[in-house]
Design a protein around this ligand. Sequence first.
Ligand SMILES: Nc1nc2c(ncn2[C@@H]2O[C@H](COP(=O)(O)OP(=O)(O)OP(=O)(O)O)[C@@H](O)[C@H]2O)c(=O)[nH]1
Ligand SMILES: [Mg+2]
Length: 389
Amino acid sequence: MLTLALAGKPNCGKSTFFKAATMAHAEIANYPFTTINPNFGVAYVRTKCACTELKVKCSHCVDGNRFVAVNLIDVAGLVPDAHKGKGLGNQFLDHLRQANAILHIIDASGGTDSEGNPVGVGNHDPADDVKFLGFEMTMWVYGILDKHWTRLNRQAQVKGFSIHQAIADTFTGLGITPEDVRDAELALKLELVHAKMEDLVPFCAEIVKISKPMLVVGNKFDEAPEALRAKLAEQKVAFASAASELALRNAAAANVVRYLPGDEMFTVANEGSLSAAQKAGLAKIADVMKQCKGTGVQQAINRAVFELLDMIVVYPVEDENHYCNKQGDVLPDAFLMRKGSTPHDLAFQVHTDIGKGFLYAVDAKTKMRIKENHELKNGDVIKIVSAAK
Ligand SMILES: Nc1nc2c(ncn2[C@@H]2O[C@H](COP(=O)(O)OP(=O)(O)OP(=O)(O)O)[C@@H](O)[C@H]2O)c(=O)[nH]1
Ligand SMILES: [Mg+2]
């Protein structure tokens, strides 16, 4: 399953975002380093369910909205110069190894300094926080490479030695392939076998860019002064109010409002049951949502998955006429797959044996056979025919 991680300086709202997105427990407090051990949970990307286009009834979506699971990790805060041991250091970055993409949460309200201490709204420029995480991650990766560099350099002198493979192996668990190493080398016009120490930091920066794509999310939008919003918007920062999302999800669970994560607005279920304080709270949230086109939480998750990671949603079925499995369950599964994936890749994702025994696939929408190397599209409903049972 795909994994996203929430990272950034302390006290910017990572755990609030995590709690809102997963509805799992996480400690939240207005001081730095509340979170030390990471929180692991399941969040969802929201997509239009294929049942809407096929005009069939399905029991896996809510009003035609399909929520597909992704892992979400909330890690300890990181401060500038963490790689030199500041704050809690960068030991916790190891938790980012398994992440496919990072949501870099910053405090758009400017109410916390670069180390996460509360300083009052507008007293810190969050634009200064945008770049530091990429740099700290670069120095973390550099720290890993540096440990092995002398050996790698020596081995590189031996004929037939693949430096690309060896470097990829050095970054175990980071999901780096030898091709990624080659891409980074090309992007920098480097020759790794002749690389000098000073080439390594830019090389690691490139490796971080390739392996951990990052979306910067300006949280606490609800408190962000106009000037800071404008400045961050110029830097293409996505906005969110995790606190609003958390309040809405709780209110929806208590049937106070009707709200689906990712909706641009909520509706009040029973106006008469609300106290004056609740009404004022909801009015404030509604105001934020009008400006942000929602609370920004679901939108950030969706952007990470569909834009940064270029994923599509594909529905495997066993009966292409009724779009269901053998038990008659319509559109039982929705898989996130990389754009460019083929029916054969889908078969492997369903089960290794199905992949190994792959014979052909049928596009359930057109009932046409499709080739093994055909490129799947978002929303495809596919029947796999395999020699494996
Ligand atoms: N106004 C506002 N406050 C928020 C929002 N999200 C979080 N907060 C507040 O910011 C403070 C820090 O929230 P946390 O979620 O604990 O932050 P964190 O980034 O996990 O902090 P560490 O674990 O210490 O790194 C708390 O007081 C939250 O209530 C938001 O969207 N708007
Ligand atoms: Mg936290």
